[in-house]
Design a binder for this molecule. Structure first.
Ligand code: GLP
Length: 276
C-alpha cells in the first residue's frame, strides 16, 4: 500500500483522475471499477474535463460499480445508476452498454449478485478499482463484520451508514434504503489495482484505522493492506491522524513513479460546478 498526501481535496481528486486517465490511455478497453459518494464527484468532474479538453477516450472502456441500493430502479434519482449517468456516463463518450451496476430492483437479488460476479469474470476481471470509504470504514457497502473474503451479495446497512447517506436523500433518514447489493471485500481485492480516495477532516480517524490499524472485519477497508497494488490518495485534512506522514511525503517527492504527477497540472474542473 502507498499513501499519497495532497494539499487539498481538489488536488487529491485531480491526482486520482490523472491516474485513471493514464491507465485508460495505456489500455483503452480498461475494466474500471467505479464508486459513488460525494468524494467521487470531483474525480468525475475532472475526468469529464479531460474528455472535453484532452479527448480522453472512454469509447472502449468497461465499468463495474461497487454497489446499488436495493429497491431503487435505475431511473430513481437516488439510485447509483442515476448518479453515474449524471456525473460521468452522460458527459463522456462511454458506450452505456459497457457500464454495469448491480440491479437493486431485480426480482431475484441472489441471482443478480451471482450474475454480476460472472459479468466481471467474463470481462477478464477489474483492472483498476476506485474506492471511497464510509464513516465506519466500509468499502462498497461492506459494513462491519463483512467477511474479508465475501463476494457480491445483499447487505443490510448500519444505522450510521443510513445517517451518513441521508443528505443525498434530502436529509430524510426514512427515505434511505435499508439494504444494498455490494461487491464483496473478496471481489474488490481481486482487482489488479486499487485506488482509494479519502478527503476531509471527518474521515481522519477512520483513515488512520484503515491504513495503519490492525486488519479487522470491523473496518473492512483494512483488508486493502493485503492488496499488492493499492494506492490511497488523501488530502491534508484526512491525513491529520496518520503516524507515517513524513514517510508518505518522502515517497511522493522521491519515488520515480510519481515524477510525472509532481508537476503542476493545467486541467481545472468546470467553473460552473466548482462553486458547490
Ligand atoms: C457510500 C458508498 C461508498 C462510499 C461512501 C462514502 O456508503 N457505498 O462506496 O465510499 O458512501 O461516501 P462519501 O464520499 O459521500 O463520504
Amino acid at each position: 500500500m502507498e499513501v499519497i498526501i495532497q494539499p487539498t481535496a481538489d488536488a487529491a481528486a485531480l491526482l486520482v483522475a490523472r491516474l485513471i486517465a493514464k491507465h485508460l490511455r495505456a489500455k483503452p478497453s480498461l475494466v474500471l471499477g467505479l464508486a459513488t459518494g460525494r468524494t467521487m464527484e470531483r474525480v468525475y468532474e475532472y475526468l469529464t474535463e479531460m474528455h472535453r479538453r484532452e479527448k480522453l477516450d472512454f469509447s472502449l472502456c468497461r465499468t463495474f460499480n461497487l454497489d446499488e441500493y436495493v429497491g431503487l430502479p435505475p431511473n430513481d434519482p437516488h439510485s447509483y445508476r442515476y448518479y453515474m449517468d449524471r456525473h460521468l456516463f452522460s458527459r463522456v463518450n462511454i458506450d452505456r452498454r459497457n457500464t454495469h451496476l448491480p440491479n437493486g430492483a431485480a426480482r431475484d437479488l441472489a441471482a443478480e449478485c451471482r450474475h454480476y460476479e460472472e459479468l466481471i469474470r467474463d470481462c477478464g476481471g477489474i483492472d483498476l478499482q476506485l474506492l471511497g470509504i464510509g464513516a465506519d470504514g466500509h468499502i462498497g457497502f461492506n459494513e462491519p463484520l463483512s467477511a474479508l473474503r465475501s463476494r457480491t451479495r445483499e447487505k443490510a446497512l448500519t444505522p450510521a451508514t443510513i445517517r451518513q447517506n441521508a443528505p443525498l436523500f434530502g436529509g430524510k433518514i426514512s427515505a434511505v434504503p435499508r439494504r444494498a447489493l455490494t461487491m464483496g471485500v473478496g471481489t474488490i481485492l481481486e482487482a489488479r489495482r486499487i485506488l482509494m480516495l479519502v478527503t476531509g477532516a471527518e474521515k481522519a480517524t477512520i483513515l488512520a484505522k484503515a491504513v495503519e490499524g490492525p486488519m479487522t472485519a470491523m473496518v473492512t477497508a483494512t483488508a486493502l493492506q493485503l492488496h499488492p497494488d493499492c494506492k490511497v490518495i488523501v488530502d491534508e485534512a484526512a491525513a491529520k491522524r496518520l503516524r507515517g506522514k513524513a514517510y508518505y511525503r518522502w515517497i511522493f517527492k522521491n519515488e520515480p513513479e510519481w515524477q510525472e504527477f509532481r508537476a503542476a497540472p493545467s486541467i481545472r474542473r468546470a467553473r460552473s460546478r466548482r462553486s458547490r
